[in-house]
Design a binder for this molecule. Structure first.
Ligand SMILES: [Zn+2]
Length: 238
C-alpha cells in the first residue's frame, strides 16, 4: 500500500554520498543507528554520544562517520540535513517547542563549527502536522512571534486551509484558534541561518490527514486511534 511506504527527499536523494529515509509509523530504524532520548530541547550531540540509542538526552544528532543518525516524531518536524562539502549529516527533532528553544539553530551551528558553510547545506523537512490540521490558541501566536530568534513574521491562517490531498478528515476546530504552519516555521529558521531556500525541501505530507494511519499524536488524541513513532534517518555511505 502506497501510504505505508517510506518517503524520500528528491534533493537529498540527488546527493550520491548519502542514504536517508522517512520511515512510516511503527517501522523500526536501521540497525546500529544512533538516536537520543528526545526532550524538545535545543541540545545537539554527536552520533557516538547517542549510541546505544537513548543513552543521552538530545534532540539533534550529528553524524560525521558512517553510523546512521535518526530521530523519531509523531507530529513534530523531522528534519534531515546534509553538508555537501564535508559530508556531515544531522537528524533533528523539531516540534514547536523545540524549534522555539532553538534546536534548528544549534544543529546548524554544530555543522558550521566543523567547517561547513550555509550554502553547503541541503535539508529535507519530512511529514509533520501541517496548517490544514494544526490549530493553536490565538494567545500562543503572540508568544511565538515574540521569540527572539525570529526575524520575520511566522505564517499562520485565520481559517483552516483546505487540504485537497487529505485522505481522511482534517482536524476539526476545537477553539476559536488559528491554524499554524509549523513546516514553514522550520524552513524560515533554516533560511535565517543562510541556507538557500532552494536547498530546503518540504515533503508537504500532513501526519494528521495524509500520512499512514497512527502517524499523528494529535489525531490519536482526537480519535483514540493509537499512534506509533515515525523514524527518519540519514547516513554517509561507506
Ligand atoms: Zn492535515
Amino acid at each position: 500500500m502506497e501510504s505505508s511506504q517510506s518517503r524520500y527527499s528528491t534533493k537529498l536523494a540527488a546527493l550520491g554520498w548519502l542514504e536517508h529515509a522517512f520511515l512510516p509509523a511503527g517501522m523500526p530504524p536501521p540497525d546500529a543507528c544512533a538516536f537520543a532520548h528526545q526532550r524538545h530541547s535545543a541540545v545537539a550531540v554527536d552520533a557516538e554520544q547517542a549510541f546505544p540509542p537513548k543513552s543521552v538526552d538530545a534532540d539533534a544528532v550529528i553524524g560525521r562517520g558512517e553510523r546512521a543518525v535518526a530521530i523519531y516524531t509523531a507530529d513534530c518536524l523531522p528534519v534531515l540535513i546534509a553538508d555537501n562539502r564535508h559530508h556531515q549529516v544531522a537528524a533533528v527533532h523539531a516540534g514547536l517547542q523545540g524549534a522555539l528553544a532553538g534546536v534548528l539553530f544549534s544543529a546548524v551551528e554544530d555543522l558550521l563549527s566543523q567547517g561547513s558553510r550555509p550554502e553547503d547545506l541541503w535539508v529535507a523537512i519530512g511529514p509533520a502536522i501541517s496548517p490544514c490540521c494544526y490549530e493553536l490558541g490565538e494567545d500562543r501566536l503572540a508568544a511565538i512571534q515574540a521569540n527572539p530568534r525570529l526575524q520575520q513574521p511566522v505564517r499562520w491562517h485565520r481559517d483552516r486551509p483546505l487540504n485537497p490531498l487529505a485522505v481522511r478528515p482534517q482536524a476539526a476546530a476545537q477553539q476559536q484558534g488559528i491554524w499554524f504552519d509549523l513546516p514553514q516555521l522550520g524552513k524560515q529558521m533554516l533560511a535565517q541561518q543562510g541556507i538557500p531556500t532552494a536547498q530546503i525541501e518540504l515533503l508537504n505530507v500532513c501526519t494528521y490527514c495524509m500520512a499512514e494511519p497512527q502517524s499523528s499524536y494529535r489525531y490519536n488524541s482526537h480519535h483514540g486511534s493509537g499512534y506509533a513513532s515515525r523514524y527518519a534517518w540519514i547516513r554517509r555511505k561507506s
